[in-house]
Structures are given as structure tokens and as C-alpha cells.
Design a protein around this ligand. Sequence first.
Ligand SMILES: [Zn+2]
Length: 355
Amino acid sequence: MISMSRSDFPYLKEQDFANYPAVYVLIGGNKRYVGQAAGQSISLRLSQHFLKEDKAWVESVLFFARADGILTGGKRKLWRGEAVRLILRNEKYMGDALLQKTYTTDFLTKKRVKNDGSYAQQYYVENSHPAIIPRVIFIQAQQELDRRKSMKNKQSQCFSGKYALSGITVCGDCGNAYRRVHWKNRGTVWRCKSRVDKREHNCNGRTIYEKDLHEAIIKAINETLVVRDAFLQQLNDNINSVMTDGLTDRLGELDCQLKELEAEIISLAVGGQGYDELASKILALRDERDAVSKEIATDANMKQRIDEMEDFVKGHDAIVEYSEVLVRRLIEKVTIFEKNIVIDFKSGVSVTVDL
Ligand SMILES: [Zn+2]
């Protein structure tokens, strides 16, 4: 990935990667423009942008150049997805940079130095260039990507996601996922994965008819509607428990402290007096700051889920039919026990249905 300022442009053409296709982001003030130069070199595309009056705001450019030219024809879409994932996973897009992480390009001397960590310690300087993605959104995206990844790992079934209950329905006995199985003549059932897969197993998880499972879900959703007031009160309690005002203040303080120390460390020579001490102080503050940020992001996610549940509860009467859409929207997890089913809603509320 290459970061350059607009004034570097005359020198870009002398770099080998100038002729590669690329995904790029134009940055200036609060504006961002994401584009891709496919079937065309990044330097040509940027020269077209820079000629135009309406791109006068652009101050700097970030881009991923690809030597393999994969950004052509049918694979275009694939690469775009890949680039978005890269952006979401790369701390640089948060406005932070791990200094010397990959290599630094000096556009004037055309020297490139790859840093494998052997010649200089790496320090992560925050807010070192404008963020494309605000920190809280960035961390939320990390959590969402992690959640999807762990979801994927849990279900080896290839048609995961086809049914809303796949992947969220688990065995109360052994913790494995429940799987939808079609039995000839006897209809569709859900069974614990360990019972489906293995002839020998230690699981006592029961087999449940799909229509019974759906019935339980309808019952649970309706329970949230019938006891509306009590339920809304419970949601309100949940909202109160995720209030983050104190955390936001703390985050501001930590950011201020870090900014000062980081300015200080940049002015010190690597390995010079007090350098290591200052560096470890910075690292400790960052750990705390990251923990606080994570907590704020988690709370923001939670608040959104609670709001959605509240909207639903306020705006609906009892349902009579099972709905895939509603399950996806409202339900986090369904656990099958021997005598009952526990339905955990995304809003943090649980309902137990005897069945
Ligand atoms: Zn089981």
C-alpha cells in the first residue's frame, strides 16, 4: 500500500508500481473518494483526476497497487471485495500508521526500504494521517468481521445462512450447532450436529420437529409483544446498563495524553535516553485506550439492537406465522434443552419456552 501527497505526483511515474492497476482513496479535508483503476495504470487514472477542477480538494492519495494485474475482466469484483476487507482490517485506515511497517517510499530519492523490524523498532503513531474510517466504526467493523468468522467456523455446513435458524441454534447438551435434516416420510427435523455426524457420540440433545421449533419461536416473539410494558422496561434497563458517557470522557483524556507523548517520542532519537521508557508508557496507555474503545463500540452495537427490538415491540401485534426475516432481525441464539427452548434476543433479553 502506498501513501502519497499530491505534490509527489510528478515522481510517481518513475516508480515501478505506477503502471499497475490499483484501488485508491483520494483524501482532502473531510472528503474521501474511493475508486479503482482497472485495465488502466494508477498513474494515468490519477493524472485524469488531477486535471479536473472538481478534484481540486484532493491533498493526498492512498492506494493498493497490484503487480499481478488481477484487476481485470471477470475478477474485478473479487478484488474489490478483497480490497474492502483489507481496508477494514488495516489500522492505517483508521488514521493510524504502524511506522515503517511495510516499506517507506521516498519519492525523491526513489529508494525503498523494507522494514522487517531488524534495523529499527516499530512504533505505531496514531492519527498520523487522515482517517478514512472513524475509530468507533472501525472497531465495530472488526467485531462484525470476527463475529462472522467465528460463525463460519462453527458451521461447516455449506448451505449455512440459507435458513435463519442455521448457525444460531445450538445444543443445550453439548454446545454443537443444530442442523436441519429432512427425514423421508416423517418431515423435517433439527438435530444436534454431533448426532448427525457421528455414529458414536456423548450427546443427549433431542431431535425436534421443525414445526415445533417454529412454534416455540413464534411463542417467544409473541411473549415479547404480549407483556409489552414489562418487556419495554427490561429493554430500558438494558439501555441504561450500556450508557457510555464516562467511557467517552476517559477516551478523550487518553487520546490527549497519547498525542502529547507521541509528539515527544518523535522528537527523540531511536535508542536515545528515555526513549524506551517513553515507548512503554505509550504502549500501556494504548492498551487502555483500545480497551475503552472496544467497550464503546460494543455498547454502540448493543444500543442499536435494543432500539431495533423496541421499534418492533412498539409497532407490532402478535404474529401467527413463523418468519425467517424476523428471526434474522431479532434473534441471536436458540438453545435446545431437554424440556425447554431458550431464545436469546439480540437486545439482550431471553425468553424460555417449555416444549
Ligand atoms: Zn449435542
